[in-house]
Design a protein around this ligand. Structure first.
Ligand SMILES: [Zn+2]
Length: 409
């Protein structure tokens, strides 16, 4: 594998109908993308000419997407909401409203902002019991529209924390009472809607901005595009988007005693530690790394799923900028910031089957409990020491789609 190969993959969009699932990064990492069947023969020929090793992961991605059942939810039928199907924003919100009605003491819902298409971005606060002030945790989901497992996990986590008082899981109980909880299950509801109605692989908001490149940290410097058709278009300035600016104001309003900021994405099975724009291990990296490794063991204990822990460069293999968690950590000196890339490692990718939702949620919850365990935290030390794609729009027309995986030697 050489720089020549890397360039070939970076330029694929110019020659073929492709949609990247794992974009080209450093030389040692694989590249994953889907390509239309019409383009496959020419692409394969070109790749072979360059001596590139190809593996077809899935020969019909559409079939896998068709298997991702989406159910609807009827108000006040709370037993109908589960983690065996995916749900659209409207149904997730209905369920959240029902939780608010059912648990008026513990659950508080608020809209932290409106999207361009006039959807509310809803935040859920859960506070169990009464009395002393507690450190805060903010959980972000659904910033990238096509990563459906992310809102699914965040709703699972809401349900777990809320029902912890009745649980016989003592670790869950202890942690649920130890914090003041804030959840934003769907930060990008307009984009999420697009993935349900017109383009299953849409990643950005409805204006075409990658919201997780739009935060004000190292904005526009690395791993982004200034072309609006690109899947990592960062916008023309930091916080140009309603979703990112609403989230920033919300986090600022909760920044006192904010100890954890967790963001959920897919896929790849990584726990990513700030900062994404540098290869260096900064601030309390070593402490968070040790916590992440322990959490990875807990995750593996549940269903055998393997996680890798490190910076973006160490894990996914590329640098990037304008990322929410990095901005939060830097701006508010939040000690524990982690971005999860949930299941899988690339077989189904964004087409994760419904049967995987519940096991993914279970194992991730175990990992999160480990990360949030009070015995893990050494706050005194941590605090003191801190010093494109236009083709995206056409996906529904791709009845048979090939999913190509390239492993570099
Ligand atoms: Zn993502």
């Amino acid at each position: 594998m050489s720089e020549k190969h890397l360039k070939f993959f970076k330029d694929l969009n110019q020659f073929y109908d492709v949609n990247y699932w794992r974009p080209p990064g450093k030389i040692s990492k694989s590249v994953e993308f889907i390509i239309s069947p019409e383009d496959k023969p020419a692409f394969t020929k070109d790749a072979e000419h360059l001596g590139i090793y190809l593996v077809t992961i899935m020969d019909n991605v559409q079939r896998a997407f068709d298997g991702q059942t989406v159910r609807s939810y009827v108000r006040r039928k709370m037993e109908q909401f589960d983690w065996r199907s995916y749900f659209k924003t409207i149904d997730i919100y209905k369920w959240l409203f029902d939780l608010g009605n059912e648990y008026p003491q513990e659950v508080y819902l608020e809209s932290i902002g409106k999207t361009l298409e006039n959807r509310d971005i809803i935040a859920v606060r859960i506070l169990l019991g009464t009395g002393k002030r507690r450190p805060k945790v903010i959980v972000e989901g659904g910033i990238h529209a096509r990563e459906w497992i992310s809102p699914a996990f965040v709703t699972y986590m809401i349900n777990q924390i809320l029902h912890a008082p009745k649980s016989n899981n003592t670790a869950l109980k202890e942690i649920a009472y130890a914090y003041e909880w804030y959840f934003v299950p769907i930060l990008n509801p307009d984009g999420y809607e697009i993935t349900h109605t017109s383009d299953r692989l849409w990643r950005k908001n409805s204006r075409g901005v990658d919201l997780n490149r739009n935060f004000g940290i190292a904005f526009g410097t690395v791993g982004v595009s200034f072309s609006s058709w690109d899947s990592s278009y960062c916008g023309d300035h930091a916080f140009s988007e309603r979703e990112s600016s609403s989230m920033a104001s919300f986090v600022r309003s909760k920044s006192e005693d904010l100890e954890y900021y967790l963001a959920f994405h897919s896929y790849g099975q990584y726990m990513i530690i700030p900062y994404t724009f540098t290869k260096k291990h900064l601030e309390n990296y070593e402490e968070v790394y040790a916590m992440g490794k322990k959490a990875a063991l807990r995750i593996a204990d549940k269903h055998g799923t393997g996680y890798t822990v490190g910076t973006a460069y160490d894990t996914v293999g590329y640098l990037t900028s304008g990322v929410s968690g990095c901005w939060v950590k830097k701006t508010f000196k939040v000690p524990y910031v982690m971005t999860f890339e949930l299941r899988d490692e690339g077989y189904y990718g964004f087409a994760l089957p419904p049967a995987d939702i519940l096991p993914t949620c279970e194992e991730t919850m175990d990992g999160v409990l480990s990360l949030l365990s009070p015995t893990q935290r050494k706050l005194s030390q941590a605090k003191g020491g801190q010093g494109h794609n236009i083709l995206d729009r056409l996906v529904t027309a791709w009845n048979i789609v090939l999913f190509i995986f390239v492993r570099y030697g």
